[in-house]
Design a binder for this molecule. Structure first.
Ligand code: NCD
Length: 303
């Protein structure tokens, strides 16, 4: 692995290896001093051209737990506002001795382009509605920890699939790990073509409930224009929102997931987010270890 740009085509064995490495970092994170010297002397740059709370902070926390130095690039206060291009920005960070770049960008393919320009590993931390590979690995680990394996799990992903890189990444990762995936959304919130995705789709949530081991909820991404093809958020909540009634109709072992940020009262009721069957906090918790595993492996580390 020299970059992590997509999970499409990532073989199961490689996903399992990353999750195993992440498990050993979970143990490191529980120590009194949650730090190992694995990346001492390396510099990781986080370049987030789009808003983020979890992903950027968890990459930075992961890099620091591996004893790397972190350079945080902030487009708003950078020379991007003076017209500097993506390529020149990346080459500038490289010239300062950065050893690994973590990139989030609104344009599909941005991290792929940077990977062509620089000679260090690049991690795609989200490119438009295309891919978000570390989120998919996190979701696999959260599920593997809860159920022991993903084989045979029936996952219903509900909400704004069309604008979601998480839905696309999870579809490939979950099915590679042996789960089956159903996308649940009105036609306006599904991708125009489903052909390239290993999923089935339906517009009706209700019949899915008793047959789902995992309900994976997504936010309506209004910043990507999702609301234009949609009824009001209260109508969306009425048809697709997860509330306690719907939660009660899931199989008893089923879990609810969400990549965050959550909009309480829209795609899920606050009480569902706080329910013991919600894995949302666990997803964030394993996120640091998964990102440690990715940074470590891309830097050439073996366990
Ligand atoms: C998501 C993202 O930015 O792709 N969040 C995340 O990284 N955990 C999903 C979203 O913004 O709704």
């Amino acid at each position: 692995m020299s970059h992590l740009l997509t999970v499409e085509g990532l073989p199961r064995e490689e996903i399992e290896e990353i999750l195993d490495t992440a498990e050993s970092f979970m143990e490191v994170l529980e120590r009194d001093i949650p730090k190992v010297p694995a990346l001492r002397g390396s510099t990781v740059a986080t370049m987030f051209f789009e808003a983020s709370t979890r992903t950027r902070l968890s990459f930075e926390r992961a890099a620091k737990a591996l004893s790397a130095d972190v350079m945080t690039f902030n487009p708003g206060t950078s020379s991007v506002s003076k017209g500097e291009s993506l390529k020149d920005t990346a080459l500038t960070l490289q010239a300062m001795g950065c050893n690994l770049m973590v990139v989030r960008h609104q344009a599909v393919g941005a991290a792929h382009r940077i990977a062509e320009w620089v000679d260090c590993p690049v991690v795609n931390a989200g490119d438009g509605a295309h891919q978000h590979p570390t989120q998919a690995l996190i979701d696999c680990l959260a599920l593997r920890r809860r159920f022991g394996k993903l084989d045979g799990l029936r996952v219903s992903v509900v909400g704004d699939i069309r604008h979601s890189r998480v839905a696309r990444s999870d579809a490939f990762a979950f099915t590679a790990m042996g789960a089956s995936v159903t996308w649940v959304a009105p036609a306006t919130l599904l991708p125009p073509s489903l052909e390239m995705f290993p999923v089935t789709a339906t517009a009706d949530l209700e019949p899915q409930l008793p047959d789902s081991d995992v309900i994976y909820l997504l936010r309506v991404q209004s910043e990507r224009g999702a609301t234009s093809g949609l009824p009001s958020s209260s109508e969306f909540a009425a048809r697709y929102g997860m509330d306690l009634d719907r939660l009660a109709r899931l199989p008893s072992e089923a879990v609810v997931m969400h990549p965050g940020p959550i909009n309480r009262g829209v795609e899920l009721a606050g009480a569902v987010a706080d329910d013991p069957r919600s894995l949302i906090v666990e997803q964030v918790g394993v996120g640091v270890a998964v990102r440690m595993a990715v940074l470590f492996r891309l830097s050439g580390g073996q366990l």
